[in-house]
Ligand binder design. Structure first.
Ligand SMILES: NC(=O)c1ccc[n+]([C@@H]2O[C@H](COP(=O)([O-])OP(=O)(O)OC[C@H]3O[C@@H](n4cnc5c(N)ncnc54)[C@H](OP(=O)(O)O)[C@@H]3O)[C@@H](O)[C@H]2O)c1
Length: 251
């Protein structure tokens, strides 16, 4: 909704991705000042060209980088009202073939990374007595997928962290909401599809049918459908919504 978020400062981490791009554009269209973060600075600059988006490269696996980015936002706008975490690494495979390194990379990029950005932004929200953090998690957090167990574990942990933080900081005026997408039409899906085919010896048509048929609606979701849920979660229309998971997964 136009101007609904006017005067608010938003920080999208993972902004260069399929979902991050859509969410960033929709936050800006709603009137927020939007800082867009991921590692690839050129990609961020290309994405921000001709828009009001503010590129701010960050590596979510490095505390220093995350803390410096949060400080840079506050130096420019004096506040952080909205934090959206939506990073990921497309590393999938059979459990027995996944080395420690893969587990650590996935957990650093998602579970621990989301904690880092939250820890950096939260003191400002507490000071403002208002703020909202949206963690984009995933259906695998409640219905695990065989080739995606590190990411599914991170999603389950983040759903719980979202609730725990909501309980801890609700009285400070800060809300925490997880938005959990199911299969979304995106390049990431191609990587899951390939890994699913290899592990289960499916032909591509078989895996497409299995993936699309894995929800009540029998289709893939869109980035727009996920972004719509995020935009609701960060708005005052969701003022009494916290510590919960909004499932955007076709059932
Ligand atoms: N797409 C789906 O079907 C789907 C389904 C369920 C859940 N989800 C969840 O939704 C979220 C977004 O998914 P997506 O499809 O938009 O992912 P994506 O297209 O792969 O984008 C991921 C983003 O994370 C950034 N990133 C990766 N490592 C980073 C790091 N160390 N520091 C900072 N940024 C980093 C990437 O940019 P750089 O490489 O430039 O850093 C990229 O902008 C993820 O948490 C994913 O698990 C997605």
């Amino acid at each position: 909704m136009q101007n609904e978020l006017k005067g608010r400062t938003a920080w999208v981490v993972g902004a260069g991705g399929t979902l991050g791009k859509q969410i960033s554009a929709d936050l800006a269209a709603s009137g927020a000042t939007v800082f867009v973060s991921s590692r690839d600075e050129k990609k961020l600059k290309d994405m921000a060209a001709g828009t009001a988006l503010k590129p701010l490269p960050v590596d979510i696996t490095e505390r220093k980088s995350v803390d410096a980015a949060a400080a840079a936002i506050v130096a420019q706008t004096g506040r952080i009202d909205i934090l959206v975490n939506t990073t990921s690494l497309s590393l999938f495979g059979d459990f027995l073939n996944l080395d420690d390194d893969v587990w650590l990379k996935v957990l650093q990029t998602k579970q621990i990374g989301y904690m880092r950005t939250t820890r950096a932004a939260l003191p400002h929200m507490i000071k403002q007595e208002k703020g909202v953090v949206v963690n984009v998690t995933g259906k695998g957090g409640r219905a695990p997928r065989d080739v995606h167990l590190p990411g599914c574990s991170a999603n389950a942990a983040l759903n719980l962290l979202t609730k725990g933080l909501a309980m801890t900081y609700g009285k400070d005026g800060v809300r925490f909401v997880a938005v959990s997408p199911g299969v979304i039409d995106s390049p990431r899906l191609a990587a899951i599809r390939q890994s699913t085919n290899e592990r289960n010896k499916l032909d591509p048509a078989g895996s497409d049918k299995a993936i699309a048929g894995s929800n009540y609606l029998g289709r893939l979701g869109s980035a727009q459908e996920v972004s719509d849920a995020v935009l609701f979660a960060v708005s005052d229309r969701a003022g009494f919504t916290t510590g919960t998971v909004i499932e955007v997964d076709g059932g």
